[in-house]
Design a protein around this ligand. Structure first.
Ligand SMILES: Cc1ncc(COP(=O)(O)O)c(C=O)c1O
Length: 336
């Protein structure tokens, strides 16, 4: 079976984990600190501007919390996973759902600008960066769960808005051992507050905090993965280019520099094609199905249209060239 997505893990990760286990110190410590600072360096932020957390969702919650989101309006796309809604609910804020731009998985920036929301969560979905540089009247939280390494102009996604969040879930662009997340911001005062919130234990001031910590075991994997990220991204780009050169109709960004988290094709009958490919031992997914939209489909024409006309093909560093050709050939048969 060709998987739709899978992490790329090997001896280096095993070695790093063994070292942490042998040290006997496995909770949040020096590995976490190094991972945070290495991510800062990758993004072009000064040291101590990142806080490692237990997941992308907890990082989203922290971003909302630190921006005082309680009772405020939060604009976000209707075409997205439920993590955003969960974080907004946890922060006791009010969601304002917005359609995506035509033929793009990303939120419609025109509608967003007109929304009068206090805060916006803007995901760069499929690795396609949104140009949010001219949004000035809304605090933007960049959701970079799918866009680590993507650029808007010469800036990495995550450092353009007020705050950025990353996910290191197993099948993201890199993983910190299955789960993990990161909060980043240019604004050190926000970073310091998030860091303080994470240090929940033995605090005399009795303020509410929460255990959203990442362990050194996880961070040691994250550090090894981050070192390999440029190679991972290069291989993903190669695979995407191969699909393109074979003639597939892929969704891509016309400007800005993407990372190839997803290879999504336009197709008329995705459910049927998905079933046919599965019979040939190839797993694909509809990136967001109609039932997954955060509100009733007909109200959001562009989002609904994407749920009916897109299919996500396997793309990950360990995918072999022969598998790509097989996927292409089987796809051609399935579409006919
Ligand atoms: C766009 C987006 N935002 C947020 C998340 C949540 O990340 P996590 O699964 O690490 O909580 C995900 C991943 O599922 C995602 O794809």
């Amino acid at each position: 079976m060709i998987a739709h997505n899978k992490p790329t893990l090997g001896k280096q990760e095993q070695k790093a984990v063994s070292k942490v286990l042998e040290s006997g110190y496995i909770i949040q410590g020096l590995e976490v600190e190094k991972f945070e600072n290495e991510l800062c360096e990758f993004l072009g932020l000064p040291e101590r501007h990142a806080v490692a957390l237990s997941s992308g969702t907890s990082a989203l919650f922290m971003a909302l919390w630190v921006l005082d989101a309680k009772n405020k309006t939060i604009a976000m796309p209707v075409y997205v996973c439920s993590a955003l809604r969960n974080a907004v609910a946890m922060a006791q804020a009010k969601e304002v759902l917005i359609d995506n731009a035509m033929d793009s998985p990303n939120i419609c920036l025109k509608q967003l600008k007109k929304s009068h929301a206090d805060i916006a969560i803007v995901p760069h979905l499929f690795g396609l960066p949104n140009d949010i540089q001219d949004i000035v009247n809304i605090d933007v939280i960049e959701d970079c769960a799918q866009s680590l390494g993507a650029l808007v102009g010469n800036k990495k996604t995550g450092i353009i808005g007020k705050a950025g969040i990353f996910s290191f879930y197993a099948t993201k662009l890199m993983t910190s051992g299955g789960q993990g997340g990161m909060f980043v911001s240019k604004d050190k005062s926000l970073v310091d507050k998030v860091r303080d919130y994470r240090e929940f234990d033995c605090r005399r001031d009795k303020k509410n905090r929460f255990n959203f910590q990442m362990t050194d075991v996880q961070a040691s994997i994250g550090r090894v993965q981050l070192k390999q990220l440029p190679d991972f991204l290069e291989r993903r780009q190669e695979i995407f280019t191969m699909y393109k050169e074979l003639g597939l109709d892929l969704i891509e960004s016309k400007s800005n520099t993407s990372v190839y988290y997803r290879a999504v094709i336009r197709v008329n009958n995705p459910l049927e094609v998905k079933e046919k490919l599965l019979k040939q031992s190839i797993k694909t997914i509809i990136p967001i199905e109609e039932w997954e939209l955060l509100d009733n489909a007909p109200k959001y024409k562009n989002a609904y249209h994407l749920t009916q006309t897109t299919l996500s093909l396997p793309i990950y560093p360990s995918l072999a060239n022969k598998d790509i050709l097989n996927i292409f050939n089987q796809l051609n048969k399935a579409i006919k």
